[in-house]
Structure formats: structure tokens, C-alpha cells
Design a protein around this ligand. Structure first.
Ligand code: CMX
Length: 466
């Protein structure tokens, strides 16, 4: 990644703290915890943002057209989101690093080959690749914070098993606000400059508690007995897998490391990320904000698509049988479109090429489960759907997104309960949203309040104008 210099109004060059090329953390960083490292970085980034606004604040990004107001604000530049940036052709970069670069550079578990999500969180928050030692410290810290209050356990235990796991997830996360450090500090009159500290604490608690929440929901709804305790000597993904009942399968644990890493963040405009940022801008605490994110993620055009893909593939398989011909699959895809439904797992609001998150999962499947019949169907669908979507002529992007592949990997290892899949997406998304919420409060981001118009107001505005 190239080094970026921001010229301040005084004519001095200031380097963004996040613009450093890929490197290991500095010696001083090696000795610090994530919070200490963050505290080091904040003053310089505040100055960097000031300088950026002074130099570029009045510059235009180009015109806003009326269609964007009606068209879901597609492409409207409207948000700052530092953890990741999405390129339409290349896909996501986390603090400037592609998924393959993260797979190469981020610390791994002993004997593992996928990045540890702890490392990805450190990268999202600081812009630095952490050391193995820093990652181990973070694993331990999350294990120490992982217990959920008894009343939250009771809330989950009293949910009917017919309540969708995402609704249960959102309830539990929202209820964690009972112990929010930020809400307490705000009520006690904390200064604006100090907001980031308790928000950091809440975000660390949030991420740490998610395996216990997800594990409890999974076992309550699908069985599997008593939830085991978190092991402070093991990493986050091992604990997540173990609480779901799959910890003794090394490949599944590796899958969790990859899964959480690639689902963590996808810049700021997607529904879950933007919802979290918006709600937190009212100074709602991170639990309330992320509960709202989860409610957005639970929609079938967003995170629920990972459930929908497997439902759709299974229906296809039960109709066509195994080893269906390309012709039969084509006909099935057309029948989906003709019924006025979307092909789940295909298309994207920003991407215009195959999602690198899909490719990372495909690589994993080619390495670990090349002969799985469902993976073969996913690969067959990948060959067939893009041409059909192009021929149908509506979708701007005919290529697969992340959700087209995740379900088949989970199902391969025995996690076959499709309604649960979006919960795992939600666990991952907490990483990206949390990193941004911490920085939003550190940088004093204001309450969001874009301007809306009525159709009558638009008509009046342009009356008698060409
Ligand atoms: N199947 C059928 N039609 C599709 C399609 C698909 N996979 N993708 C887009 N289209 C249609 C849209 O519904 C839209 O139709 P209308 O004009 O009738 O409204 C038209 O093509 C143009 O849409 P677009 O501009 O290409 O796409 P959008 O930005 O509006 O929507 C997305 C993006 C992801 C919601 C859409 O591609 C979709 O519904 N895909 C299937 C669901 C899915 O996989 N969602 C997961 C996305 C990743 C994530 O967030 O997890």
C-alpha cells in the first residue's frame, strides 16, 4: 500500500497513521495492549482528520442526482469508514490489505493456516499487523470477558425454539446494554473527549460475549447439551467452534478463523455496518447499536442470504437429484427468476466482479472438501448463474457474493441448521462495526442527520427547469 501524505493548511505534510506500508508492529507496540496502542494513535489521527478537513473539506465529490434519493442512495458518498474500503472490481481491503494479504500476513494459530480474527481486529483498530504475542493477549482478554449475565441467559432460555436465531441474537445483544460502561459513564457526565475509552470497553465485551450467546442459542434451539466453558488458553475461533459443539474438528476450527475474518467488515454503507454507525451516532451504546446492526443483517437481501442460498440449493437438489445436468440447473435458475424471486448469493450493490470472500471460501473447499456433492453443485451454479443473470438483463452484477459459498462449508462439517447461519455472520460483523464505533467516538463523529425530501418537494424544486 502506498504511503499517503495529507497536506495541512500550514503547508506541512502529515502522514495518516493508517497509511504506513504493511509491516509488523513497532517495538513499543509489541509491549502494549490494544487499548494502550490505540491511546497512542488517537491524538495523531485527530490531527490527521483536522488536516484532511482543512485541505479538502469544501471539495465536491460530484453531483447528487435525484435517482440516488429514490434508488437506495446507491453510490452516494456519505460516510467515513476507516477499517475497510470496497473496490467494485477488486473487492474488500482491510486497512489496505486484501484477503490473500491478510491470510499471508496475520498471525495464525499453531499449526493453522488461516488468519486469527483477533489479529484482524487489531489490524482494523490500529492499521498494524500485530505480533503473535499481542494476538495471544487479546485471545486471553476476550476469554476473560466472555461470561454473559445470568438474566441474558434466562432471556435466551425462555425464547421459544421457533423464534428465529437472529431475533434471539438481537435480543441478547440489546440486553447487554444493562452493563454498558459507556451508558454508565455518560450518565455520570463523562467528557466528550473521553467517550472512546468506555466505548472500547463495551466493544471488547461485546465481541468477547458473542460465542457464549451464539453457543447458547444453537444448543437451546437444536440440542447438543450443556454449554462448555470458554478455555482461556485457546483462541476465539476455537472457543466459538467448541461452544457450537465442533471444537474437536480442526478443519471446522480453521473454517471459523477464515469465516470470522472475511465476514468482519465490508466498508460502511452496507445495511448492518451503516445501521450500527447511525444508531451509535445518537450516543446509543455499542450494544444497542450492534443489536440494530443485527436486525438489518437478518434481512434476506443482506446477511440472511447465506441461509437462503442453502435453502435454495437444497430445494434444487431435492427436485433435480444429485449430479443434475447443466441444462436442468439452468432451467431451475430461470424458474426462480420467472417466479419473481432473486437468485440468492448472486449480485451486489457495489461489487462488479466475483467477491474475493467467495473465492477465499472456494479455495478452502478445494483444499478440504473437493468431493462434497453440495460443493460440486455450488461450483456448477457458479458456472451457470452469471450468464443467466446477464441474459435476464436486470442485475448490474451477475457474480457470486460471500453468501453463495458459506453455507455449503458449514453444512459439510455437520452444521446443517440453515436458520443459524446468519448468527455466525453476525458474530463476525461485530468486529468491523466495533472498530468503527471506537474510532467514531475517538474522533468526535457527530450525530447523523442527512436531509430527506418529499416527491412533491422534488417536483417543485425542478418545476420550470430543464
Ligand atoms: N437475482 C435476481 N435479480 C437480481 C439479483 C439476483 N441475484 N441481483 C439483482 N437483481 C435485480 C434486482 O432485484 C433489481 O431488480 P428490480 O429492478 O426489479 O428492482 C435489479 O436486478 C437491479 O439490481 P442491482 O442494482 O443489480 O442490485 P441492488 O444493488 O439493487 O441489490 C442485492 C443488491 C445484493 C440486494 C441483489 O443483488 C440481490 O438481491 N441479490 C440476492 C440476495 C443476496 O445474495 N444478498 C446478499 C448480498 C451480500 C450481503 O449483504 O450479505
Amino acid at each position: 500500500m502506498s504511503t499517503i501524505f495529507v497536506r495541512s493548511v500550514l503547508g506541512q505534510s502529515r502522514r495518516s497513521v493508517f497509511a504506513a506500508p504493511a509491516r509488523l508492529a513497532s517495538t513499543s507496540a509489541k509491549q502494549s495492549t490494544l487499548k494502550e496502542r490505540l491511546a497512542d494513535l488517537i491524538p495523531a489521527e485527530i490531527e490527521n482528520v483536522k488536516a484532511t478537513r482543512a485541505a479538502h473539506g469544501k471539495k465536491s465529490f460530484g453531483p447528487v442526482i435525484v435517482d440516488q434519493l429514490y434508488g437506495g442512495m446507491r453510490g452516494l458518498p456519505a460516510l467515513i469508514w476507516d477499517g475497510s474500503v470496497l473496490d467494485a472490481d477488486e473487492g474488500i481491503r482491510f486497512r489496505g490489505k486484501t484477503i490473500p494479504e491478510c491470510q499471508e500476513l496475520l498471525p495464525k494459530a499453531p499449526g493453522g493456516s488461516e488468519p486469527l480474527p483477533e489479529a484482524l481486529f487489531w489490524l482494523l483498530v490500529t492499521g498494524e499487523v500485530p505480533t503473535q504475542e499481542q494476538v495471544a493477549t487479546l485471545s486471553k482478554e476476550w476469554a476473560a470477558r466472555s461470561a454473559i449475565p445470568e438474566f441474558v441467559e434466562e432471556i435466551l432460555d425462555r425464547c421459544p425454539p421457533t423464534l428465529h436465531p437472529m431475533s434471539q441474537f438481537s435480543l441478547a445483544v440489546t440486553a447487554l446494554n444493562h452493563d454498558s460502561a459507556f451508558a454508565k459513564a455518560y450518565a455520570a457526565g463523562i467528557s466528550k473527549k473521553e467517550y472512546w475509552g468506555p466505548v472500547f470497553e463495551d466493544c471488547m465485551d461485546l465481541i468477547a460475549k458473542l460465542p457464549n450467546i451464539a453457543g447458547r442459542i444453537y444448543r437451546n434451539v437444536y440440542g447438543g447439551g450443556k454449554l462448555p466453558a470458554i478455555d482461556a488458553e485457546k483462541d476465539y475461533s476455537w472457543n466459538l467452534a467448541t461452544l457450537l459443539g465442533f471444537g474437536d474438528n480442526k478443519e471446522f476450527v480453521e473454517l471459523m478463523r477464515l469465516y470470522v475474518t472475511i465476514h468482519s467488515d465490508h466498508e460502511g454503507g452496507n445495511v448492518s455496518a451503516h445501521t450500527g454507525k447511525l444508531v451509535a451516532s445518537a450516543l446509543s451504546d455499542p450494544f444497542l447499536a450492534f443489536g440494530a446492526s443485527l436486525n438489518g443483517l437478518a434481512g434476506p437481501l443482506h446477511g440472511l442470504a447465506n441461509q437462503e442460498v442453502l435453502v435454495w440449493l437444497r430445494k434444487m437438489q431435492s427436485k433435480l437429484g444429485e449430479n443434475a445436468s447443466d441444462e436442468a440447473v439452468k432451467e431451475y435458475v430461470w424458474s426462480t427468476l420467472k417466479a419473481g424471486q432473486v437468485v440468492p448469493g448472486y449480485g451486489h450493490a457495489v461489487l462488479r466482479k466475483t467477491d474475493p470472500r467467495y473465492m477465499a471460501q472456494r479455495e478452502f473447499a478445494l483444499k478440504h472438501l473437493p468431493d462434497d456433492p453440495m460443493f460440486k453443485l455450488v461450483a456448477q451454479v457458479f458456472k451457470i448463474v452469471p450468464d443467466i443473470l446477464l441474459a435476464a438483463g436486470k442485475a448490474k452484477n451477475p457474480w457470486p457474493n460471500v453468501d453463495a459459498h458459506s453455507g455449503v462449508l458449514l453444512a459439510h462439517y455437520g452444521l446443517t441448521e440453515m436458520q443459524f447461519y446468519t448468527v455466525l455472520f453476525g458474530v463476525s460483523r461485530a468486529f468491523g462495526v466495533s472498530a468503527q464505533l471506537i474510532w467514531d467516538r475517538a474522533l468526535g463523529a457527530p450525530i447523523e442527520r442527512p436531509k430527506s425530501y418529499s416527491t412533491a418537494a422534488i417536483q417543485k424544486m425542478f418545476a420550470n427547469k430543464q
